[in-house]
Design a protein around this ligand. Structure first.
Ligand SMILES: NC(=O)c1ccc[n+]([C@@H]2O[C@H](COP(=O)([O-])OP(=O)(O)OC[C@H]3O[C@@H](n4cnc5c(N)ncnc54)[C@H](OP(=O)(O)O)[C@@H]3O)[C@@H](O)[C@H]2O)c1
Length: 330
């Protein structure tokens, strides 16, 4: 293939981002010891930020967005990889500082790759993608803190979105009683089918944040940040743990220290971009083992590369439900 299709982001003199589907050539690819034929990617919130320029996640121009890839190795100078190997790549700055996966071809460091488990198709691997990795990391943090389903229910905010839906599904599979919080009541039936015990609106998380509110949950997975996370922390049971995953409502966090010093709660952040390589192997084995293929399919929509930019604009508006996979060479 001398040239190949890719989405390209460019920035104009006023700092405005423009996105277009174009053709690139092998010489446009970046440094790396492994060349990939991308089979599928996904639409993550970070891709939405890159395409809209809402936050400065892109730190190299022009950029190809797409932080997740399921791909086939087509050439390798890395001793760990051979042509024909099926791999997964998430994070490591791909789509931010290194050309990303909304492209038929990529060249990357072989150290960033994980072997795709046979139990997962490329589309399933991307339905899980960064969302699956993030939730699996959060689950591990809960275990390490000794917080278990016996301690009480878990709350998931931003539940109808990609990472939120993933959290609902995986937490329910791990035996948690899950309260799903969504601003979209029309998504309630889908969240209950994914395993939520109850679905509630956002009202509980509006208004001024009390230093200590009624104790409700043993754990939390928060996709939203800002005042919502502050409310969540104020409602944790003593010893409870909040996993901060996202910033869909904003980067700020104006909370009281009262829950930390009077209830001993913990706030733990997850950064899926820099999860060490060895840990990723474990996580993908775990995800391949536990995932319910029917539920995963029910929370996933597959689109073409031509539709990815529009989907990225919708994700930052909070109107995308579940995960969106971008089929590329598959
Ligand atoms: N830490 C990490 O490594 C990591 C990895 C992946 C993603 N993330 C972050 O996690 C967040 C979610 O990502 P995603 O892919 O799931 O995005 P998404 O599909 O757009 O989901 C975000 C959800 O947040 C809720 N929401 C949006 N704006 C809100 C507001 N103003 N107030 C309250 N709720 C609001 C909406 O849920 P409802 O409609 O259900 O209310 C929306 O669906 C993003 O901030 C993303 O950057 C972090």
């Amino acid at each position: 293939m001398t040239d190949f299709a890719a989405v390209l982001l460019e920035q104009d003199a006023e700092g405005k981002t423009a996105a277009r589907l174009t053709r690139l050539s092998e010489s446009d690819l970046m440094q790396g010891d492994v060349t990939l034929a991308v089979r599928a990617s996904a639409v993550n919130f970070k891709d939405g930020l890159a395409v809209t320029g809402r936050l400065p996640v892109v730190r190299r121009w022009p950029m190809v967005p797409g932080v997740d890839a399921a791909a086939t190795v087509i050439a390798s100078n890395n001793p760990n990889w051979l042509a024909g190997d099926e791999v997964i790549l998430t994070g490591w700055g791909v789509g931010e500082t290194h050309l990303g996966a909304w492209s038929e071809r990529m060249r990357v460091s072989g150290d960033w790759l994980v072997r795709r488990p046979k139990a997962l198709s490329p589309v399933e691997a991307m339905a899980l993608g960064t969302a699956g990795l993030t939730v699996a990391e959060g689950l591990d943090r809960l275990r390490r803190h000794g917080v278990t389903p016996a301690d009480g229910p878990v709350v998931v905010t931003g539940a109808a979105g990609g990472v939120g839906s993933m959290a609902v599904m995986l937490l329910a599979q791990e035996g948690w009683s899950v309260t799903a919080v969504t601003g979209r009541p029309e998504e309630a039936a889908r969240l209950l089918r994914l395993g939520a015990t109850e679905v509630i609106g956002r009202d509980l998380f509006a208004g001024p944040v009390k230093p200590l509110a009624r104790e409700r949950w043993a754990a939390a997975f928060d996709m939203v940040g800002s005042a919502v996370l502050a409310h969540v922390v104020s409602m944790l049971k003593p010893g409870g743990v909040a996993i901060a995953c996202g910033n869909a409502a904003g980067m700020d966090f104006l909370a009281s220290v009262a829950p930390f010093i009077l209830r001993g709660v913990s706030l733990i952040g997850v950064d899926s971009v820099r999860v060490p390589a060895a840990r990723r192997e474990e996580i993908w084995r775990y995800l391949a083992d536990v995932v319910d293929h029917d539920r995963l399919a029910a929370m996933t929509r597959t689109i073409a590369l031509t539709e990815a930019v529009a989907a990225a604009r919708r994700i930052v508006e909070g109107t995308v439900a579940g995960r969106t996979v971008v089929a590329i060479n598959d």
